[in-house]
Design a binder for this molecule. Structure first.
Ligand code: AMP
Length: 466
């Protein structure tokens, strides 16, 4: 699809939306797979001045109903092949439902609309996220947040019209939507989408579209490395930059990827509330997420709200042009994470080293308290993921009458590997203080993953681990 066709399709979509009563500032749900139809609908909604509320295509009727009511949406645009859950939720909420058909812009009769003028403070999108606790809240991402985020991405990638971006990330999530879709379109690059992710499909795309910039989460890099798809190193030579984010990148995966792909794998840290990237690490110091991206400040603060000394662990705070406006309609929730001078409390624990490089220690809420000691699951995961034979691992706390919490490791083995619980405990015991060593080890065929491919700890069935 050329840029001329994309522009005309999006503006015709905007005209059709206006005909259906969508006005500047109206919230509209968008549920569609990562395909050109998503891109056209997203840009069409932006051109109409609407606020896009993207949702996972596997969302249930209850989840859709919750978001519809929470943001007072005026319409739903949904992929035509989705089941009835979405349509039913729209009917119950009393809002119109419009199917997104394949190449739907070709059957629109409207003339391309003029793009509605908006200010930087106007809300461009509301992305629902569970954040640290509680029910999902809509992070309000402004036009200014998006423009700043794509400008920052450009300084990182140095990309231009000659580049070809590609990803298998979903577009309803901030990472794929901003750091890939908007970042590539804003520089006139080519954008290739893979949906759903399989190692073979992603590797085919890299080879056939000569992708130069790719982005994904660590579980995807891991899958690309172990997949037996018959692709050769020569097939992957076009890639000059790979961007990892969303979860900690194990040192082994970083090393193996750079060796195998022969290109730079940079690691970004960020979240929905920071419109994707807040820090970036260029690969020299495995385990670190690097320093703040342009025009962004990052501090690590203690419970008293003051910056802690170098090397000490505290909560990571971010300030800059990509920090969200707030949570939609939730003044209290916003106040609890965002100070009046724009500092966002991320809910992540981290520490700086002497060079000013940030290390994410863990999510505040995932911290395990075992017999009075703080255990950071991410630290234990890092050690276990280096154990030969281990493909993926999640470490979680289990309630324990005696110690308060006990540590459990849920392990996925590499194909063909044989390891026993004792091996895992011995590996951890040789590398970690005694109190950090998991006492419960379970092997599973796979770990539950969220839409971006991130391991979903809260979906691990803890009682069954006992
Ligand atoms: P989301 O809002 O869904 O993008 O989730 C953001 C969360 O993912 C952050 O608050 C971190 O806990 C985690 N995260 C993102 N990037 C990284 C990274 N590079 N290393 C460790 N955790 C990360």
């Amino acid at each position: 699809m050329s840029y001329a066709v994309l522009s005309s399709a999006a503006r015709r979509c905007a005209a059709a939306l206006a005909d259906r009563g969508v006005r500047h500032g109206d919230r509209v749900l968008l549920l569609a797979p990562a395909a050109p139809e998503f891109v056209v609908a997203y840009l069409g909604l932006q051109a109409a001045g609407a606020v896009v509320v993207p949702m996972n295509t596997v969302a249930t009727g209850d989840e859709i109903g919750y978001v519809l009511a929470d943001c007072h949406a005026v319409a739903v645009l949904a992929w035509h092949e989705l089941g009835t859950a979405c349509r039913d939720a729209a009917r119950v909420a009393g809002v119109p439902w419009h199917p997104v058909e394949e190449r739907f812009w070709e059957s629109l009769t409207q003339h391309p609309a003029d793009v509605v003028d908006r200010g930087r403070d106007d809300t461009a999108a509301v992305l629902y996220t569970s954040g640290t606790t509680g029910s999902p809240k809509g992070a309000e991402i402004t036009v200014g947040n998006v423009l700043s985020a794509v400008a920052i991405s450009q300084t990182i990638s140095g990309a231009g019209p000659e580049d070809s971006f590609g990803t298998a990330l979903p577009l309803f999530h901030i990472f794929g939507q901003i750091a890939v879709m908007m970042a590539s379109l804003s520089v006139g690059a080519q954008l290739s989408l893979v949906s759903p992710f399989t190692p073979a499909a992603m590797l085919d795309r890299i080879r056939d579209d000569r992708l130069t910039v790719i982005a994904g989460v660590p579980t995807m890099w891991n899958a690309l490395l172990v997949a037996d798809t018959g692709h050769t190193a020569a097939d992957l030579r076009s890639v000059r930059l790979a961007i990892s984010g969303g979860a900690a990148l194990p040192a082994r995966v970083l090393r193996d990827f750079q060796e195998h792909f022969g290109c730079q794998l940079v690691e970004g840290y960020g979240m929905t509330e920071t419109t994707a990237l807040a820090t970036l690490h260029r690969g020299a110091k495995p385990g670190s997420v690097g320093g703040p991206v342009a025009r962004t400040r990052v501090e690590v603060r203690g419970a008293d709200g003051r910056a802690v000394p170098v090397g000490e662990v505290g909560e990571v705070q971010v300030q800059g042009p990509t920090v969200m406006k707030g949570y939609w309609g939730r003044r209290d929730a916003t106040r609890s994470v965002l100070t009046p001078d724009g500092w966002l409390a991320t809910g992540d624990l981290g520490r700086f080293d002497e060079d000013g490089d940030l290390f994410i220690v863990d999510r505040l809420k995932d911290l395990i308290l075992r017999g009075g000691y703080n255990v950071y699951p991410a630290e234990v995961e890092k050690v276990l993921s280096d154990c030969p034979g281990v493909l993926e691992v999640a470490v979680v706390g289990l309630p324990d009458d005696h110690l308060g919490e006990e540590i459990a490791a849920v392990v996925v083995l590499r194909p063909g590997a044989t390891l026993h619980a004792d091996d895992i405990v011995a590996w951890a015991g040789a590398r970690l203080s005694r109190y950090k060593v998991p006492r419960v080890v379970r092997f599973v065929p796979e770990l539950p993953k969220g839409a971006t491919g991130k391991v979903l700890k809260r979906a691990i069935d803890r009682p069954s681990l006992r």
